[in-house]
Design a protein around this ligand. Structure first.
Ligand SMILES: [Zn+2]
Ligand SMILES: [Zn+2]
Ligand SMILES: [Zn+2]
Ligand SMILES: [Zn+2]
Length: 230
């Protein structure tokens, strides 16, 4: 498989930036926003949530409890059947994690990396990287500044069309990503796929895991890669 390139669209100017440069780009906008006369005074943190090539860029008010970030992550990336989850300081695996009621202003510091786990059985693990803070409140608690656009995941069989389905049995032999046409053929040759092993390709690190069918928020950027002409 060719290396996946991940890009995200900036909330403020609508331009696409690659994974490496979007954070810094957003910081420029955030500094301007914070300096605007009418902006609500307070404190917020720019954080990145990361899992391999996938990312979320968030601005979070310092008074927001970890609970709310947990809820946000479940809605956009994780929730399948109400599994347990926990935030941990990196390298310090305390059984219970950091209390969910704790406000991020009491937990986060610029440069810190936290670990987050959803589901302690088939775990999806995320890194929470705390970036710069800004003297600005976020009235809604959390703002989605950017996220990776659907990755260019192609069909393992024909390699010419975007994959739309996963066979969770054949994924271990690197033949699990299937386009619509190849999924139809696969249904005839793989009993498991016809029976229970078919899952949708979605824009989440929990794709293909447990019963995960996709997010319940920002759904227009969930789903599969669409080839554009440029
Ligand atoms: Zn921008
Ligand atoms: Zn589940
Ligand atoms: Zn195909
Ligand atoms: Zn199969």
């Amino acid at each position: 498989m060719e290396k996946l390139k991940s890009q995200g669209r900036c909330l403020y100017c609508g331009q696409l930036y690659n994974k490496r440069s979007i954070g810094k780009h957003l910081d420029g906008h955030l500094a301007q926003e914070a300096a605007k006369a009418g902006s609500p005074k307070g404190l917020s943190f720019h954080i990145r949530v990361e899992a391999a090539e996938m990312f979320l860029e968030l601005l979070v008010d310092a008074t927001t409890p970890l609970d709310s970030i947990d809820g946000f992550l479940r809605q956009i990336w994780l929730e399948c059947c109400g599994h347990m989850s926990a935030f941990q300081f990196k390298g310090n695996y305390d059984e219970d994690g950091i209390p969910m009621s704790r406000k991020i202003g009491k937990v986060f510091g610029t440069g810190m990396v936290l670990n987050y786990e959803y589901d302690f059985g088939s775990t999806t693990e995320l890194a929470i990287k705390v970036g710069k803070s800004f003297p600005m409140a976020v009235p809604d608690g959390i703002v989605l500044l950017s996220r990776n656009e659907p990755l260019r995941i192609m069909c393992d069989k024909c390699t010419t069309q975007p994959a739309t389905q996963i066979c969770t049995v054949h994924i271990y032999e690197e033949e699990g990503f299937l386009c619509e046409d190849c999924a139809e053929t696969h249904e005839e040759e793989c009993e498991d796929f016809a029976d229970y092993a078919a899952m949708p390709v979605v824009n989440s690190p929990r794709m293909g895991v447990c019963g995960y069918m996709g997010g319940s928020t920002d759904i227009e950027r969930d789903g599969v890669f669409v080839e554009t002409s440029n």
